[in-house]
Write a protein of this length. Structure first.
Length: 316
């Protein structure tokens, strides 16, 4: 039997929880030892975990749809886990964003701002608690032996209620005819923003605009990250509203892969020192040029596979 989306989810589903534990542990150790290098490393770990959480959440939705008809599987339990996972996913994305922002500030300032360090610490602790709860609810779906109270699994662990539920968000997107077009417009604006910024930064590494130093363009990266975040928020609205048309489309899976590579490249531009030291008229090293070209290629891949969604596969 070939590898399926539920298999992929089983392979990845511990990454957000274990990764957040590692990030928080490293962060606490850095604070105790007052070690700036460890502190930066903990932020890098949290950002990478945030990137890895995206495919975990997406495959989780697909896995839930795949097993919902199996005997002994509760629809309520799956929906409860899905809602808890969505809440944890949102907090993980916020944590990853602030971890990246702290790294960017630390690159331009003598030391990491205390306010940013405190914000990341608070966000990461909350995220860890939410990830642990989502993982616990998920484990109870097919492992009733771990239930403390064997009554309906949907009531376990106090599942979140309110507007931050997949069903509520899906209804909002599909019931109001203006929501999807507005989200599409914001999605493309975010794409233009992130692509414009990263093109300028990477083209400088490749040798264009040599009259400028890399640091002078580096200050534009928060605008690129803002576009990245805007794409993520609007993209998740589309996914939640019509999950099956994405999870059943190979083009979407490739888009997610290239999106992860693009996010990793953004981290590279933020933390690696080789490019940061580029002064006006200076030439980047061949390896840095290769990475810059790869970063542009990653975004080309995101755009291509996103555009191919209606034409490749049979979900649209």
């Amino acid at each position: 039997m070939g590898l399926t989306i539920p298999h992929i989810h089983l392979l990845l589903n511990h990454v957000p929880t274990v990764g957040t534990v590692a990030g928080v542990g490293l962060l606490l150790l850095a604070l105790v030892r007052r070690n700036d290098h460890l502190l930066r490393a903990s932020f890098e770990v949290l950002f990478v975990v945030a990137l890895a959480t995206l495919p975990v959440y997406l495959t989780g939705v697909a896995a839930g749809n795949a097993i919902i008809e199996l005997e002994g599987v509760s629809d309520d339990a799956i929906r409860t886990h899905e809602t808890a996972a969505l809440l944890a996913f949102v907090w993980m994305m916020i944590t990853g964003f602030f971890a990246w922002l702290a790294l960017w500030q630390g690159r331009r300032l003598p030391q990491l701002p205390r306010a940013s360090v405190g914000a990341v610490l608070l966000l990461s602790v909350v995220t860890l608690a939410l990830m642990g709860r989502a993982a616990t609810i998920g484990g109870e779906i097919r492992h009733p032996e771990i239930l403390v109270n064997p009554e309906p699994a949907a009531a376990a662990v106090g599942a979140p209620v309110g507007w931050l539920q997949s069903a509520v968000i899906a209804d909002f997107v599909t019931q109001y005819p203006w929501v999807w077009p507005a989200a599409e417009a914001l999605h493309f604006l975010g794409l233009c923003l992130v692509l414009g910024v990263l093109l300028a930064v990477n083209l400088r590494i490749l040798g264009a605009m040599r009259a400028l130093s890399f640091a002078s363009l580096h200050r534009l990266l928060p605008w690129g990250m803002l576009g990245f975040a805007l794409n993520l928020v609007t993209g998740m609205l589309f996914f939640i509203a019509a999950a099956t048309q994405y999870t059943e489309n190979i083009a979407f899976l490739w888009k997610v892969i290239f999106l992860g590579l693009a996010g990793a490249h953004l981290l590279y531009l933020t933390v690696f020192s080789n490019t940061w030291g580029l002064q006006a008229e200076a030439e980047a090293a061949p390896l840095d040029k290769l990475v810059a070209a790869g970063g542009i290629g990653a975004w080309v891949g995101v755009i291509y596979w996103g555009r191919m969604l209606p034409f490749i596969g049979n979900a649209f």
